[in-house]
Unconditional design. Structure first.
Length: 153
């Protein structure tokens, strides 16, 4: 199994901490396979978590090609288990959109942004700009409609 990227590893490390501290009895890993990849991002995340002591029974894999699809796929598994409140471990620049999407899917989300993301300082500016536009558009047209527009184009 391939190692996760440094930014994914930072998010997974946050989830590992939350699990071991008793805040997250279940961890959802998301992501799809890019061209040329042998494994999905979710599979790489699951393997990493298991290598760090998280039992497979506490991991749910969900896939999608973007945040909305990832959370929509995860929603079915979580709601099937009676989960309504979730912690979202992501990069700080992605926190607002992740929270808004989760709320639109009926969850009560709480942010737990990673403090060890390798994307920081000036390198994060383009990410914050992209997220600002995505959050604004999502609030205007709805995240499901924004996803459909993105998938169409």
């Amino acid at each position: 199994m391939t190692d996760p990227s440094p930014d994914l590893a930072a998010r997974l490390d946050e989830a590992i901490t939350l699990y071991h501290e008793g805040w997250a009895p279940l961890i959802v890993v998301t992501g799809y396979k890019e061209k040329g990849d042998l494994y999905t991002e979710a599979q790489a995340g699951s393997a990493y978590l298991q290598q760090h002591g998280i039992p497979a029974s506490a991991i749910v894999e969900a896939s999608g090609s973007d945040s909305y699809q990832n959370l929509t796929d995860a929603a079915a598994a979580l709601q099937g288990r009676g989960v309504h409140t979730i912690l979202i471990s992501t990069d700080p620049f992605h926190e607002d959109r992740s929270m808004a999407i989760a709320s639109s899917l009926g969850f009560v989300p709480y942010p737990t942004p990673t403090r060890s993301s390798p994307i920081g300082a000036f390198a994060s500016i383009p990410y914050f700009a992209k997220e600002t536009v995505a959050v604004g558009l999502g609030r205007i047209v709805g995240y499901a409609n924004l996803n459909r527009l993105h998938s169409f184009g």
